[in-house]
Design a protein. Sequence first.
Length: 347
Amino acid sequence: MTEKIKLTQYSHGAGCGCKIAPDVLEKILKSDSEGIVDEKLLVGNSTKDDAAVYDLGNGTALISTVDFFMPIVDDAFDFGRIASANAISDVYAMGGKPLLATALLGWPINKLPAELAQQVIEGARSVCNEAGITLAGGHSIDTLEPMFGLSVNGLAPVKHIKKNSAAKEGDLIYITKPLGVGILATALKRGVLNEEHQNLFIEQLSQLNKIGEKIGTLDYVNAMTDITGFGLLGHLIEITEGAGLSAELNYSDVPVIRGIEEYTSKMIVPDNMYRNWNSYEKKVKDIGAQSFFTLNDPQTNGGLMITVSKENKADFEGFLSSNGLKLYAKPIGKITAKNEFCIVINN
């Protein structure tokens, strides 16, 4: 019997952990030249948001995003599902409804059979079907390592767009998935991920953040983003810096995948966890021994992070509960006035 090909053995990175470090990315994006100023561009590069947003002029906005990465799982079909769910999430994170997607495929033709790439595309189609959109085309190239993702367009009423930079002082912070998939991805690649965690891992990675479209309709939600390769700390820093504020985080209230200590105690953690921390350690106060691992952990298709007016706490928690997210109907912190640090952690 032919041994099953393990995709993670053909890539040096995994999922959103492939992202370029935040401080390096800033250098890449820095420019002294003036680009075209378009008043209809509602969200661009300036706030490090999840997608670009363009005003179509009729009260509706076009949301446009692209996301791709190298395998985070060994199975080709699951890789296609996960990469697609992750890309589509950026539209949901803006409060929008996905419209259509096109694929981006890089495949090492001399190393891996074309049939595996076909399974990746099939996985992508299955998730696009779940999201109610068409995989309408794409582009492929011969690469040294396998990679896959989507370019996704979506729509939303302009008034429903949720930026990551619009948080207000006093807002409560919520997230909709537990942390830890980067740690589990490392355990998988090292061949030590237990069966219970493997099933949970695949399920969470391929779960669509559809709730974001509904959250977009809530006036009392001020800011929203999804938690991906920069970890919870990195994406919360983007929220605070974008709004010119700070945040206080209660670590005991942060949902974390149960049993994750089985791996962190053996230092089975992603290298990019340290890359993340090196990028923003001066912006965070009072990181703890365990919170270091989980708050810096690069997530793939992580949960949404939402800031909500404190006056609407009960309304929002009722909304989460009625939409199957009762486990996450509890704030993990709050937005505060600007201080010396972007984030202060209560361990």
